[in-house]
Design a protein around this ligand. Structure first.
Ligand code: NAP
Length: 290
């Protein structure tokens, strides 16, 4: 069994730490707000005071933090994790970041001779809880071979996608595709309803056609039930779409579907829906017909 540190005990990191403990690993956790380490501590994790003190004994260090700024701070700042890591340890970046930040982090690790993988995930809180996350991994294949049993304690599938940064490219593409579909479904449900159809029946019919993806069908069902309880909150969706726009260097935002979708989620944030689940985007379209 391995010694694993998880930096970040938010909605995803806390569930990932529990999966690692359940798989028998020796887990240390750190979180900026100390109260969020309680669940992992009660399940048997050691709690560290700083990222630096969380990592010296670790063979694997996982970061699951909000954004670029958080990841840079936690890895690179004074008392950050990088300076405390053992030379043969592997850093695993699982937060959703920009490709530029991942490459910048990778360079810092390379200078210290420590292996680094970008390993973001698809799947939200229930998948994290059931150890069913899907990993997209970039970096050295030899590092991935060593880290695979750790990732498999939290996920059902590990896709190797090549060089550093490629994991994030795929992750941002997957999230863009998902956000775009949920937004489209939210608009269409409201348009069908305003045309006089029963929402539930219309969704049942559309979901049974080959044009509807399983993810869109699930989102449509939640929208009809007005289930907007946070799993993948709109504020993170909007962040990820911004990161996709940056990372893919999309210049013509007038014709970009990702840019249009980002504007929708940004609008939802402005309207106060930032803590709602991604399905809450449907609320934007509830009164859009003249
Ligand atoms: P979350 O519940 O909001 O947790 C965010 C974590 O980041 C918390 O531990 C928070 O610490 C920490 N953090 C934020 N700013 C920080 C800073 N400046 N310095 C140090 N720590 C900081 O988010 P989550 O849902 O766990 O998501 C974590 C990452 O996974 C994000 O990159 C997200 O895009 C990605 N992701 C999320 C989902 C999902 O469905 N939720 C799915 C796949 C991937 P505090 O507790 O102190 O605020």
């Amino acid at each position: 069994m391995a010694k694993v540190t998880v930096l970040g005990q938010g909605a995803m990191g806390s569930r990932m730490a529990i999966s690692l403990l359940q798989a028998g690993h020796q887990v240390t956790v750190w979180n900026r707000s100390a109260n969020k380490t309680l669940t992992a501590a009660q399940a048997g994790a050691r709690v560290a005071d700083t990222p630096y003190s969380a990592v010296p004994a670790a063979e694997f260090v996982i970061s699951m933090l909000r954004d670029d700024a958080a990841a840079k701070q936690v890895w690179l700042a004074e008392n950050g994790a990088l300076s405390g890591m053992a030379p043969n340890a592997i850093a695993i970046e699982s937060s959703t970041l920009t490709v530029a930040t991942v490459k910048e982090l990778a360079q810092q690790f390379q200078q210290r001779g420590i292996s680094f993988l970008d390993a973001p995930v698809a799947g939200t809180r229930p998948q994290a809880e059931a150890a069913q996350l899907i990993y997209f991994v970039g970096g050295e294949i030899t590092a991935l071979e060593r880290a695979k049993p750790i990732l498999q304690a939290m996920g059902s599938t590990v896709h190797y996608v090549g060089a550093i940064g490629n994991g994030m490219v795929v992750k941002l593409a997957v999230n863009s595709l998902f956000a775009l579909q949920v937004s489209a479904v939210g608009e269409l449900i409201n348009l069908m309803h305003q045309s006089g159809l029963d929402k539930a029946q219309a969704v049942e019919v559309i979901s049974a056609t080959p044009v509807c993806s399983p993810a869109a069908a699930m989102a449509a069902k939640a929208i009809v039930a007005r289930n907007f309880a946070p799993l993948f909150p709109i504020k993170l969706v909007e962040k990820d779409l911004n990161y996709a726009l940056d990372s893919f260097a999309i210049s013509n935002r007038e014709i970009s579907l990702i840019a249009a979708t980002q504007r929708n989620y940004a609008h939802a944030v402005k309207q106060g829906h930032e803590a709602d689940n991604i399905t809450g985007i449907a609320q934007l379209f509830e009164s859009t017909v003249a």
